[in-house]
Design a protein around this ligand. Structure first.
Ligand code: ZN
Length: 322
């Protein structure tokens, strides 16, 4: 992807810093934004995977040069040690001096849509944790269970710590896949970039910690490591994205902003969810029961089902890394 293309993709995000994800800090720092008009052109006839530059499939993750480094050096190195998960020291050594060339929600290597043209949608719900983000939206989860709707739940370590009983319950629910939402909920950067006023990780070692500490928590909870990662605020750079891949996970963001960091009213959530199209990945939150998320999805999901959509976990559609 050229820099100009990358700039085109990220420019609307910079121009309209819509809250997509995560945490009370941006909730107070930024007023709730309307649903981003800049994402509206995604409606319209479905395009085949590969025709849309924003579609990043697992296949392209495997073939991309996530660091932008010449000759895919980092990628080749990752391949050579694919059978063993790198240690923190190995990650630091591998990425020493590598500078990021992209930053945002949709950098190369980040999956934002499912690799399908079928009428399927992946619902993803983040649980961000922290002093003001450790609630549990039981009404939302109950609605999914009662209607047999699968979903992928991105859990942060702080939320896991605050909700041990609920976590065991969610982990045991076959409808749900547990994914990695980081250890302390930081934007994933090797150079300390921030998003919504939240300071990002500063180097490859901190990136490793943000991924691997929570990975181990989830492995202990579920019995296997998570396959998917989403950073706090969903922002990452392309070097950090490569590190996620080296550790055996894919960065997954979204193409439908379902609740704007749990700031949307129920009506806004419903309207946002109904913009989903074949292959959409919807982001919303399960940690703010006071918001409009549960009520909004309760209205939207039957309408989407009536329109012929079915719901999947990310693993149902995205093949394992090779
Ligand atoms: Zn979050």
């Amino acid at each position: 992807m050229s820099l100009s293309r990358r700039a085109l993709l990220t420019a609307p995000v910079l121009a309209f810093p819509t809250i997509a994800a995560c945490g009370v800090q941006q909730r107070s720092a930024d007023p709730p934004a309307p649903f981003p008009a800049d994402r509206a052109p995604r409606s319209g006839p479905p395009r085949p995977p590969g025709a849309d530059p924003s579609i990043v499939t697992a296949e392209s993750v495997d073939t991309a040069s996530p660091t932008g480094a010449p000759a895919d050096t980092a990628h080749a190195t990752a391949r050579s040690t694919a059978s063993a998960t790198p240690t923190r020291a190995e990650i630091i050594s591998r990425y020493q001096g590598v500078q990021p060339t992209a930053w945002g929600l949709e950098v190369t290597g980040v999956i934002t849509r499912l690799p399908t043209r079928d009428r399927v949608i992946a619902l993803t719900f983040d649980a961000c944790g922290g002093p003001h983000g450790s609630g549990y939206d039981q009404a939302l989860i109950d609605n999914l269970r009662e209607n047999g709707i699968p979903a992928t739940l991105f859990l942060n370590s702080r939320w896991i710590d605050a909700n041990p009983r609920v976590c065991r319950d969610l982990a045991a629910e076959p409808l749900f896949e547990i994914a990695n939402h980081g250890t302390v909920h930081r934007p994933l950067s090797v150079s300390g970039r921030s998003a919504y006023g939240i300071s990002g990780t500063h180097d490859a070692g901190e990136v490793f910690d943000e991924i691997a500490v929570n990975r181990d928590r989830i492995q202990a909870l579920v019995g296997r490591p998570p396959r998917f990662f989403r950073a706090g605020t969903a922002h990452c750079d392309n070097v950090a994205t490569a590190i996620v891949a080296d550790l055996g996970e894919h960065v997954v963001n979204f193409d439908v902003n379902g609740d704007a960091g749990a700031t949307f009213s129920a009506g806004q959530v419903t309207r946002a969810a109904l913009t989903a199209r074949p292959g959409s990945i919807v982001i919303a939150h399960l940690n703010h029961p006071e918001g409009g998320t549960a009520q909004g999805f309760a209205k939207a999901l039957p309408q989407l089902a009536a329109a012929g959509y079915r719901f999947v976990r990310l693993s149902d559609q995205i093949r394992a890394a090779q």
